[in-house]
Design a protein around this ligand. Sequence first.
Ligand code: HEM
Length: 517
Amino acid sequence: MSVAGLDINSLADVPTMAAASAASALERVTEAIKSRGTASLWTLAAALVGAAVAVHALGLLPSRRKQSDDLPRPPVAREGLPVVGAAAAFNQDPIGFLRRHRDALGPVFSVKMLSTTMVMFVSPASQVRFFRLPRNGDFRLEDAFYDMIAAVSRRTSRDPTIDEPFIKTVATVLPRHSFIEPQRILTIPMVASSVDAAIAADGGSGINDMATFASTLAIHVGMLALAGRRFFDAHHKAFVPMLRQFECDIRDLRNVFFPNLPFAPQRRLEASMVQLVQWVSEEMSLRKRNNEKHDDFLDQLMSCDSAIHHSTEIYVHLVSLLLAAHTNTAGTIMWTLYELARDQALQDRVRQELVANGAIQPTIDDMIAKPPTTKSELLSACIKETGRRYQALFLFRMAVRDSEFEGYRIKRGEMAVVPLLFPDPLKYDPSRFLDGRNADCAIRGEYAQFGLGVHKCLGEKFVLSIISNVVLPLVLSRATVKIVSPAPDVHPGCDYFATLGVPFPATLVKMQFVARK
Ligand code: HEM
């Protein structure tokens, strides 16, 4: 899920706020599974517009609690029609909405939608404090959206004592060089053939639906690393459409509003979860039966000396990681390539940099044998800018009890939302992160492409390494990418939610892969 950061030095002057994507729906699912979660704007937007109304009407949300009056309540942002006006205004123009109400009400205000209240903390200081909140404190990630995805939450342990060993294992294993390097080598031929297939697609025209391309690559990267070659060979073809449907179903209003009712999206989500769990448990059984050793993450989970030895916990966690590894990875690949295709000069500069630092080599064998020794500064800036522009506008937590934050009374069940904002948010400008600019924005709590604090992404080092050293170098060395049909959000005022936070935008984004000689 990613971010726009607030200009800490010129907050009062900044008329526009940067967009960043909410953690994607799948990321939320994943985090929910592991007793944490981040919200995608898709779901948020939908929830803002109508979920609260519907859920309230059915009496599904916790009933109103007696209000404590020892601390002030945040001022309420109102616009347009009562009840739905603010939600509709927010949905239409989230950045403008936040800016208007921050200027009028101050950095802390709430948006009400019947029973649901979103408390916005639009200030750098709040952001820093928010990210320091403890994992199991008053505000919890897992509760923010957990119950919206009943199909997932039914299969999930919410017991933090069970999750802790898992977190430790993930945090220890995924960033290790000894884990990442074999994955780099494994993924090179696979990504190369995916790019060649993209060049040959559509009868040789090289025109591709970018969401499918990026999602497929993300699934390849994640599946291989997490569950190994056999699992990948057996299931990746089915996993691509399944995940795409999964993500649509999570965003479907019937699931957002009535997660516990058996509408088609909920039934499909449930079926997907059953399928995934079955795949993973079959793989685990094979490994156990044959006493196999692998160099993937599942192997580490199965051999770690902790409470997650229980098979049921392992497969739940692995499924959660398979989902977590997909959406933001696909979104990062897709929107970075999209922006490079929009700006051919930038694309050329990135390509030259990758040749210079050895990420692009003449042959696949060279690439395997010689990993790049230096970081690609421009490409890294582009990836960061993708995160800021497309991936994380908000991070969410839910108050699990009546509590206090920033001097306000926040009531149980209310959402604490931290929007992260930059000036001129819709402009894609990697130079924000070049030459030391904004180098410490993450430390200042203003930028969180990979989250911050206790829920910071555990796959960051792994995924950045694979995207910057394998995926994008291979695409750019084999093809020139061009836009065929643009995304619908390139101008202020256009549908921001159409691309935010997800690799599957509302309209098809087509790009052409032209083979490089
Ligand atoms: C470019 C790709 C990715 C991006 C932008 C991304 C972003 C994020 C963000 C923003 C969070 C924190 C959410 C919050 O605080 O509300 C997060 C958490 C997490 N991510 Fe990622 N992620 C990516 C890829 C991955 C991959 C590939 C994996 C696993 C292989 C992964 C595993 C996790 C896990 C386990 C957490 C939860 C950490 C915790 O709560 O302790 N992510 N990610």
